[in-house]
Design a protein around this ligand. Structure first.
Ligand code: F6P
Length: 363
């Protein structure tokens, strides 16, 4: 029997379970492969005793409709830069990739399918270069991974955000308020842009287009006559003003990326300081965008990604990332996929179309 290990790493995302199910279902058609899962990314493999689970058709039955991941996940303890406490209490960061590859082989694994975002795929590539047969599957609600039209989970996040946005529109108009809704999007404003178009926002603020505060104030004022009017703003958590104002919050032990969240409060204060007198209310959607059952579109992408990843394993095509490109399910070298980032193009057709709909980006 050949053994395959599956891991889900980084922030969770609707559709992870559908990928796992796709892998297991496709593998179960083969007589010589058995699939295992590692709990909390590769931690389950790194720990002693290991925390691994045999995945068969029974284990994955019906999980494609469930949010989260049955394997658990973490965005701490990157094995490329692993925090190891020394005898004197000092934390030393070491590269545990060669050790991890040896460990996989020692436990009898012939291949690894690593489901994760850009950070996880950098780990996949490092393991591949260290001699491990790896296939990657791109995941993130932010849709910021290069080389794929969409990552699974993104459309579900947009759906969640759009539904919340619609609710905020009715209360904004009843109270003549400015509503600011903050969505996720660390470096790329895809969720904000899609939500703004879908919901009909007046203003959309994204990291790729720094905003001019005075221009925002004028736009808001245009919407009010004798104190009556309303404005709905969607802002990505990583959005910033032209003068560079940003609202990074503190970090967490073992986590490298700065935590974001709360930019809507900073914007609210900026608008008040700049003279907006209408009531302003803020909503941070936060992790509601990452939780819950995936919508049908994401279930399809995720399920097909799972099957395609297993087929790459069967074909011995390693070092590849499964992607959806021009509506075709295919793969690209992981190295190529992580070499660039998928930003919203400020001059692209989608932003232009949004502007055509009257959405203002603050530029
Ligand atoms: O990478 C996806 C993402 O949703 C980012 O948009 C956000 O900044 C981050 O995850 C939040 O991660 P955590 O779960 O650590 O709060």
């Amino acid at each position: 029997m050949k053994k395959l290990l599956v891991a889900t790493g980084g922030g969770d995302c609707p559709g992870l379970n559908a990928v796992i199910r796709g892998i297991v279902k496709r593998a179960s058609k083969e007589e010589d492969w058995e699939v295992w899962g590692s709990f909390e990314a590769l931690n389950g493999l790194m720990e002693e005793p290991t925390r691994l689970i045999r995945l068969d058709k029974k284990t994955v039955a019906g999980i494609h409709v469930k949010g989260g991941t049955i394997l658990g996940t973490t965005n701490k303890g990157n094995p490329m830069n692993y925090p190891e406490k020394q005898a004197d209490g000092y934390i030393k960061y070491i590269n545990r990739i060669p050790w991890l590859v040896d460990r996989l082989k020692e436990k009898g694994f012939e291949a690894l399918i690593n489901i994760g975002g850009d950070g996880s795929q950098a780990i996949s590539q490092a393991m591949f270069e260290a001699g491990m047969p790896v296939v990657g599957v791109p995941k993130t609600i932010d849709n910021d991974l290069n080389s794929t039209d969409f990552t699974f989970g993104f459309q579900t996040a947009v759906q969640t955000a759009s539904e919340s946005f619609d609710r905020l529109v009715t209360t904004a108009s009843s109270h003549h308020r400015v509503m600011i809704m903050e969505v996720m999007g660390r470096d790329a404003g895809w969720i904000a842009l899609y939500t703004a178009i879908s919901g009909g926002a007046e203003i959309c603020l994204i990291p790729e287009i720094p905003y001019d505060l005075q221009a925002l104030v004028s736009k808001i004022n245009e919407r009010y006559v004798d104190g009556r009017g309303f404005v709905n703003i969607v802002i990505a958590e990583g959005a910033k003003a032209k003068d560079g104002t940003i609202t990074a919050t503190k970090g967490e032990e073992g986590r490298h990326a700065v935590r974001l969240g709360g930019v809507c409060y900073a914007l609210s204060q900026q608008l008040k300081d700049a003279g907006i007198t209408a009531d302003i209310r803020e909503t941070v959607l936060g992790h509601t965008q990452r939780g819950g059952t995936p919508i049908a579109y994401d279930r399809v992408i995720a399920s097909v990604f799972g099957v395609t990843a297993m087929e790459l394993v069967l074909a011995g095509k390693y070092g590849e990332l499964v992607v959806l490109k021009n509506n075709q399910y295919t793969s690209v070298p992981i190295k190529e996929a992580i070499s660039a980032y998928n930003y919203v193009d400020p001059k692209g057709t989608l932003v232009e179309a949004a502007k055509g709909l009257g959405i203002f980006f603050g530029d």
